[in-house]
Write a protein that binds this ligand. Structure first.
Ligand code: ZN
Length: 117
């Protein structure tokens, strides 16, 4: 890991390292989240996720992290795109498209999970 990033309750180091590695790689590819300061945290006992703008933290539900890796990866990128725009507007989807394109180029497995359109 080359850049310091705030992490809170993510307990499994392998998951943590994997998600931070993805953030680093897509940031280098897209410029989104390139500051390297976006925090990660877990929402305990949850299948929900959100981006908390006030703290610049991506919150991922613990149940998502226990599910398929590709779906957790999608969630991570979805929430990272919210650092560009909080709403599901044009700017958000443009950012998400760039992130998904970068993930494909980087061979990062991505699958839309339940609950996303
Ligand atoms: Zn969203």
């Amino acid at each position: 890991m080359t850049r310091a990033r705030r992490i809170f309750r993510i307990l499994e180091k392998t998951t943590q390292d994997r998600l931070l590695n993805i953030l680093d790689k897509v940031a280098a590819e897209t410029g989104i989240g390139v500051s390297g300061e976006t925090g990660l945290d877990v929402l305990p006992n949850s299948d929900w996720s959100e981006y908390e703008q006030s703290n610049d933290v991506i919150l991922i539900g613990s149940k998502i992290l226990k599910g398929p890796e590709a779906e957790a990866n999608y969630t991570l990128l979805h929430e990272l795109a919210h650092s560009v725009s909080l709403n599901h507007d044009k700017a958000f989807y443009q950012a998400l498209d760039r992130l998904l394109h970068a993930a494909k180029k980087l061979n990062i497995p991505i699958s839309k999970g339940k609950g996303y359109r």
